[in-house]
Design a protein around this ligand. Structure first.
Ligand code: SOE
Length: 369
């Protein structure tokens, strides 16, 4: 005898994609892993959409967002250049369709807030891929901190280092404010770092000051109008202090997001390039923990999709995020799903970093409301 699963209300979600680059690849794999039908993709032209749809195994190519929305999709993944996010995400929300929008959600706080408000008014699920939250060992760290296992937070030492913009010839659409937005290194990767810090520590960055650095004034024969690197000093709600270094020009560092929290009893360190591990530092008997659903903190085992010793990585984290966003569409409330409110928070921190650097001063960043 067979049983109809759709009869339980768990129907197949139809997903649409705006953009055909690296992020659309990652999103579409995750959508498929979550059991969705990857229905349609639109890009900057029908030709590009057709090629990308073919490469990614997506059923149909659309020439623009209107055509894409006409395909009766349940959710749209916005994976286009940064400066286009706000207008596209708003059009999706106004059509009453759920949305996952790449970060930065918008290039200003006002636009990001407008999107968050619009999503709430329309009652659609609106998520931002702060996907590092979905590494099982990040959840383990968060659970241990929340359980008081490291004690009161004293200092934090964090970084997010890449090297793909190291050489003067390295170029990308993100280098100009017109396409990338006023911030590059911070908005692109510093935003992940701050999201993860606040998520794991369970507290906010309440003040910061920053220095930005642009190494080459020109790339690809056009002026560079945003930063390659940022150093930040932070103060947390508990009074903890810390440093954050963010760079896209750190030779040899590919995607080195590191988070180290020092508490009154113990320290905890996560390194994104070794996501199966967690270091717990102690005056005596520091430990290296390895992901193991059998010994994970309660509530954390669900993030392990394969048994201990069978390595999980970036795409698995992405899959976990998209699966949770789709669960939210089905009416569930998954713990730790990053929403547009978190996208607004990232925009606030981005503006604060740029302001602090420009005016050489401390800026208050405690969330209001
Ligand atoms: C490039 O810097 C990039 O792909 C980011 O845009 C992603 O958000 C990050 O996860 C990996 O690096």
């Amino acid at each position: 005898m067979t049983t109809d699963v759709t009869a339980t209300g768990v129907g197949t979600i139809r997903s649409g994609f705006l953009g055909g680059g690296f992020m659309a690849q990652v999103h579409s794999r995750a959508a498929r892993a979550a059991g969705a039908s990857t229905a349609v993709l639109a890009s900057s032209s029908l030709e590009r959409a057709f090629t990308a749809a073919q490469d990614l195994g997506i059923d149909r190519a659309a020439s623009d967002i209107a055509e894409l929305l006409a395909e009766d999709v349940d959710i749209v993944h916005v994976c286009t250049p940064n400066a286009t996010h706000a207008a596209l995400a708003l059009a999706v929300i106004e059509a009453g369709v759920h949305v996952i929008c790449e970060k930065p959600l918008a290039t200003t706080v006002a636009d990001a807030q407008r999107l968050a408000d619009a999503a709430e008014d329309r009652g659609v699920v609106a998520a931002v891929p702060f996907v590092y939250r979905y590494h099982p060992m990040v959840r383990e760290a968060r659970a241990r901190v929340a359980a008081g296992e490291i004690g009161e937070l004293i200092t934090v030492d964090c970084g997010y280092l890449q090297d793909w913009m190291l050489l003067p010839g390295d170029d990308d659409w993100r280098v100009t404010s017109a396409d990338g937005g006023p911030s590059r290194a911070f908005a692109d990767i510093g935003s992940h770092l701050c999201d993860l810090l606040e998520f794991v520590a369970g507290e906010r960055i309440v003040r910061l000051t920053a220095r930005t650095r642009r190494v080459y004034e020109e790339r690809g024969n056009r002026p560079v109008t945003n930063e390659d690197a940022v150093s930040i000093l932070v103060e947390m709600s508990s009074g903890a202090i810390g440093t954050l270094l963010v760079s896209q020009m750190a030779a040899g560092r590919k995607n080195a997001l590191t988070l180290e929290l020092h508490g009154a009893q113990a320290s905890i360190r996560f390194d994104q390039e070794r996501p199966e591990e967690l270091w717990v530092g102690q005056r005596e008997g520091s430990q290296h923990l390895f992901r193991d659903p059998q010994t994970a903190h309660p509530g954390v085992a669900r993030f392990s999709v394969v048994p201990a010793g069978h390595a999980q990585g970036y795409q698995d984290a992405f899959n976990g995020f998209v699966a949770d966003a789709y669960a939210a569409i089905r009416g569930e409330t998954p713990d730790g799903l990053p929403t547009f409110a978190d996208g607004v928070r990232a925009a606030q921190l981005t503006e604060a970093v740029l302001l602090a650097a420009r005016e050489e001063r401390w800026v208050d960043t405690a969330p209001t409301g």
